[in-house]
Design a protein around this ligand. Structure first.
Ligand code: DGL
Length: 273
């Protein structure tokens, strides 16, 4: 099927976290329209099985295709790790996740071939970051650490709280002891803790933000497929937001991190897709 380069990009996540990816797309691809879906009724994905995450992701992809998107960004690390491979084979529009772009940059940037990954339990268990990095350079060692408390702490608004710092110090100690030189923030929420994580790890550790890298990879992909929006975003609302629950809470979080005034989030019933 030939897609229209003026059509929107579909971006999805288990909830609000993928807004860190949408934010980078807004900054780096300002001409692109976005339809964002956050599965707020069913998050977190990070503690769920592959089968469940794949089932949820398929429904969301159907919803986004129904909205006429020209490409899809799986803005959730967990869904990228557990479902992207299968989704890629099932649809005929370009689809990218956040894991590969993050892994690629980490492999390129590491100076001492010691990379750390922090992410949800499911992403760490998938070992996908390790696999992709070692495909590029088998000599790079990759240490994973699940940090499940970061997601609720960020959603509670405790991004600069001493309690969050205590939790972060405890999680990161293992990676400090392993003397990693590069750390992948492998979960949508973690870029929002970037300053805290950076100050704990110290200046010698380079932080990789897959959200940012994904926006660059998306630009390249759209260019290759001749799908970059060349015209104007003539629509009054170039960004549309949908969730499966708690639309108001989503809107206020979105307004706290996006360079865009979100006026409304629509709630939809995913079971219909
Ligand atoms: N969006 C998820 C991720 O990036 C974090 C939240 C969740 O567990 O659903 O892995």
């Amino acid at each position: 099927m030939r897609m229209d380069s003026n059509a929107p990009i579909g971006v999805f996540d288990s909830g609000i976290g993928g807004l860190t990816v949408a934010r980078e797309i807004m900054r780096n691809l300002p001409m692109e329209k976005i339809v964002y879906f956050g599965d707020t009724a069913r998050l977190p994905y990070g503690s769920k099985s592959q089968e469940t995450v794949l089932r949820y992701s398929r429904q969301i992809v159907r919803f986004l295709q129904n909205q006429g998107v020209k490409a899809i960004v799986v803005a959730c690390n967990t869904a990228s790790a557990l479902a992207l491979d299968t989704l890629e084979k099932e649809i005929d529009i370009p689809i990218i996740g956040v894991v590969k772009p993050g892994a690629k940059v980490a492999a390129r940037e590491t100076t001492g071939k010691k990379v750390g990954v922090i992410a949800t339990e499911a992403t760490i268990r998938s070992h996908l970051y390790r696999k992709l990095i070692q495909e590029i350079d088998p000599e790079i060692s990759v240490e994973g650490k699940a940090c499940p408390l970061f997601v609720p702490l960020v959603e509670e608004g405790w991004r600069k709280d001493p309690i969050t710092e205590m939790v972060a110090r405890r999680y990161l100690k293992e990676l400090q002891d392993k003397e990693i030189d590069t750390l992948i923030l492998g979960c949508t929420h973690y870029p929002l803790l970037r300053n805290m994580i950076g100050s704990i790890m110290g200046e010698s550790v380079r932080l990789v933000n897959p959200a940012y890298e994904t926006s660059l990879a998306l630009k390249q992909l759209l260019q290759e497929k001749n799908l970059l929006n060349q015209g104007h975003r003539e629509e009054e609302f170039p960004y549309r937001f949908y969730v499966s629950d708690a639309a108001e809470k989503f809107t206020s979080f979105a307004n706290s991190i996006l360079p865009y005034d979100v006026q409304m989030t629509r709630q939809i019933n995913l079971e219909e897709y």
